[in-house]
Design a protein around this ligand. Structure first.
Ligand SMILES: [Fe+2]
Ligand SMILES: [Fe+2]
Length: 410
């Protein structure tokens, strides 16, 4: 059985199933391990890890401890409660399907701008700030028209362009956050600029480390960590960039409890922009497919952020971020209170009652005619999340109306 325990409860003979530290933002050099001695426990604590998941079938059991299932159920309930604190949201001025075309053009432009910026840095030149500002302004307009379109389009990635699409995605997530929190226009643009270039320093990390299919060893991880300082150096060499952009480049891996890098800053000594960029950065990283792992689905990603906000992130900002994404992001499989199953395809002004494309009757265990239901109009609630595995790709035809459909996207 998989259980979650605090690192103070670790002792030799326990089998660690998951170090629960993807918040590190990079692939840490170990995944599962049997704890052999006290020295190993000291090392795990030195990584800043506060809680781990253990496998009691492969090692000693520990009491008291919640099972992974209990943790998941509790987090689901908490996410739902969190959403209820602010049930209403401004309805998007433009429907998703109408914004997708415009967002696609902006995404393509962003890819070109980022490719040029990365090439410039590789050749020892500066980034063109005017180009980047123009791009970020267009991205902001798209997110204001419809917060989901650009975010969804950044999920479609080729294998070799992780850093590039990750940067565009983090910037889009920051824009969505700012728009839902009424952050001023100028500050929004500055934070989005910093997020767009937060990992630009990775262009100075050897490809053998950046794209290594396996786990990084300690030495490689130390080199990887240098990218934050490299990013800050690149931005410092570029004139006209706001101080917030520089700070995000340098401090997006700082953690609220002081266990981050490069400076080990703690709490509110980490600037606001870097605290929100850190949340968006980790959310995108853990929900992306990488060369060494599959990504979590977006609800699992939100659950992890919620869990980790106890230690590593600004709790209030994390909660606001979760609300800005919505506890039922587009592409989430859900069960309705009336026992129908479907997939979320659009947001509404009530974040607990999105538009759902239903395709299955859970009670009768049969596929049903596909229908799109706006839950906010008919007052039906979501009873819970459905696992994406239940609707594996061979069953997708049940609810995909055509292959250009945006949902479900994972
Ligand atoms: Fe980074
Ligand atoms: Fe990043």
């Amino acid at each position: 059985m998989i259980k979650k325990i605090k690192t103070e409860q670790l002792r030799p003979g326990i089998f660690v199933h998951d170090f629960n530290c993807d918040w590190a933002g990079e692939n840490i050099f170990i995944s599962k391990a049997l704890i052999k001695d006290e020295r190993a426990i000291k090392i795990i604590r030195s990584w800043g890890i506060k809680e781990v998941y253990i496998d009691t079938d492969l090692g000693l059991d520990v009491e008291p401890a919640k099972t992974a299932y209990e943790v998941q159920q509790e987090t689901n309930r908490n996410l739902h409660k969190l959403a209820q604190r602010k049930r209403t949201a401004t309805p998007p001025p433009i429907p998703l399907k109408d914004e997708v075309q415009m967002a696609r053009t902006i995404r393509n432009e962003a890819v070109v701008t980022m490719r040029e910026a990365m090439r410039a840095v590789q050749e020892g030149k500066c980034i063109d700030p005017d180009n980047a500002f123009r791009l970020v302004e267009k991205m902001q307009e798209s997110v204001t028209r419809n917060k989901d379109a650009l975010i969804l389009l950044t999920r479609i990635r080729k294998k070799d362009e992780y850093t590039l699409m990750h940067s565009i995605s983090v910037s889009s997530l920051v824009l969505a956050f700012c728009s839902s929190c009424d952050i001023s226009y100028d500050m929004t643009i500055n934070l989005a600029m910093g997020s767009l270039f937060h990992d630009i320093g990775k262009t100075r990390i050897p490809n053998s480390i950046l794209n290594k299919p396996g786990k990084l060893d300690q030495k490689e991880f130390t080199i990887m960590k240098k990218h934050a300082e490299y990013s800050a150096k690149v931005l410092a060499e570029t004139t006209e960039l706001p101080p917030e952009a520089h700070d995000i480049a340098l401090h997006h891996h700082e953690r609220y409890d002081g266990t981050g890098y490069p400076h080990g800053l703690k709490g509110d000594t980490i600037e606001f922009g870097s605290r929100i960029a850190a949340i968006c950065d980790v959310y995108d990283a853990i929900t992306s497919i990488r060369c060494y792992k599959n990504g979590l689905d977006r609800v699992q990603g939100l659950r992890k952020l919620y869990e980790w906000s106890d230690h590593y992130f600004d709790k209030e900002l994390t909660y606001k971020f979760i609300r800005s994404i919505g506890v039922y992001p587009i592409g989430t499989y859900v069960r309705l209170a009336n026992e129908l199953s479907g997939v979320v395809i659009n947001s509404t002004e009530n974040i607990l009652q999105p538009v759902v494309r239903i395709f299955y009757n859970d009670k009768k265990k049969t596929a049903i005619q596909i229908q799109e239901i706006d839950l906010s109009k008919i007052g039906i609630n979501i009873a819970g999340y459905d696992s994406p595995e239940k609707w594996s790709s061979d069953k997708m035809h049940i609810f995909q109306q055509n292959k250009n459909d945006l949902s479900p996207l994972h």
